[in-house]
Design a protein around this ligand. Structure first.
Ligand code: NDP
Length: 326
């Protein structure tokens, strides 16, 4: 028996509850593991509140991240006792996820715990931090170097944003953090932001081309904010776009792309190939100051996960939430 958050479908839509499950209810898979830590991401909040079409089959254990210890394995890559991490691959959407005491899944989705991280630290990073690293790697691939100019991070006080600020600052970029919460300015400065700006102006419709400011950008907001960022990119700058916290639409023109050679680089962590995942985790080990992780992490017990999702949906959570499961 193990504790789990379970989302079930009823006449009135989906409903999440904390429950106890037996191991024989676990879905098929070649590796069974004890989940030590999971996390709470924006996507998990969408799944648990039912506010976004994240869950594709019911009943579903949410949780797009987990870190744990292998108990049983028919996969040649893993044996009992191995410490492993999982991010994405549809876990928490189409396959039972990490917000439960046990998980059974495809071993090919797992990555070994990256030294020197603990299981707890790996979840403090989680999908948000690994996605932030993928964004930074995309900027690098497109030639955005620290001497190219200022790099903007939106949704900076959230999970992806916080880790992106810390990573870019450690790599020597001048980071400008954009937030809707001015009260988080000290927090963002501690993470390494050189300047903190309000989201306000960027939420209003702007011109097709604005004053060139950003050499690079990591955007989690989408919508009008992303359109205005594209318009304010410097010649041949790159925006790594990974989120939709401010909306799915993109009310932009092609002007920045065809007149300034701007690149809009899409980032997907869920189906990202294994080699790039491993590279992202290696880079996190070398480029993320573990001391900064403590400042951006908060623990929420499994029993409090469901009420905490409302705070996440309201944009009131700072940094990362980790969930001690076992
Ligand atoms: P968080 O909830 O931790 O952070 C989101 C941040 O976005 C908030 O802290 C806030 O920033 C800002 N925000 C919230 N609501 C709005 C709004 N209505 N308008 C503008 N900004 C808003 O989420 P995560 O960091 O976990 O995820 C951020 C986004 O990235 C989500 O859309 C998520 O789905 C996406 N994502 C995508 C991945 C991918 O593979 N492509 C992987 C991981 C996340 P502030 O507090 O600074 O105001």
């Amino acid at each position: 028996m193990f504790d789990a958050v379970l989302i079930e479908k009823g006449d009135q839509g989906s409903r999440a509850s904390l429950t106890t499950l037996e191991e024989d209810r676990l879905p098929p898979g070649d590796v069974t593991l004890r989940v030590a830590w999971s996390t709470l991401n924006y996507k998990d909040a969408l799944a648990i509140t039912g506010k976004g079409p994240v869950v594709r089959s019911f009943p579903m254990v949410p949780g797009i991240d987990l870190a744990g210890i292998v108990e049983q394995s028919d996969n040649p890559g893993y044996k009992p006792g191995d410490k492993v991490v999982l991010n994405g691959w549809g876990v928490g959407e189409t396959h039972w996820g990490g917000l439960a005491g046990k998980a059974r899944l495809k071993g090919d989705w797992l990555v070994p715990l990256q030294s020197p991280f603990t299981l707890r630290q790996a979840m403090a990073i989680g999908t948000a931090g690994y996605t932030a690293m993928l964004c930074v790697m995309a900027l690098e691939r497109h030639g955005v170097t620290p001497d190219a100019g200022e790099v903007l991070v939106t949704g900076a006080a959230g999970g992806v944003g916080s880790v992106a600020v810390a990573l870019l600052a450690k790599l020597g970029y001048r980071v400008v953090a954009m937030t809707g919460r001015r009260e988080e300015a000290d927090y963002l400065t501690t993470l390494g932001a050189g300047e903190v700006i309000d989201r306000g102006d960027y939420t209003q419709p702007g011109k097709p081309l604005a004053r060139e400011r950003w050499a690079g950008a990591v955007d989690v907001v989408g919508g009008q904010v992303l359109a205005n960022i594209c318009a304010a990119m410097r010649y041949r700058g790159t925006v790594a776009a990974c989120g939709l916290a401010g909306g799915m639409a993109l009310p932009a023109t092609v002007a920045p792309f065809i007149l300034r050679g701007v690149t809009l680089a899409g980032i997907d962590s869920v189906m990202c190939p294994r080699a790039e995942r491993l590279e992202a985790w290696r880079r996190l080990a070398s480029d993320l100051d573990p001391g900064k992780l403590d400042a951006l992490t908060r623990e929420v017990p499994l029993a409090d996960v469901i009420p905490t999702t409302d705070l996440l949906m309201a944009g009131q959570v700072r940094g990362r939430i980790i969930v001690p499961v076992n």
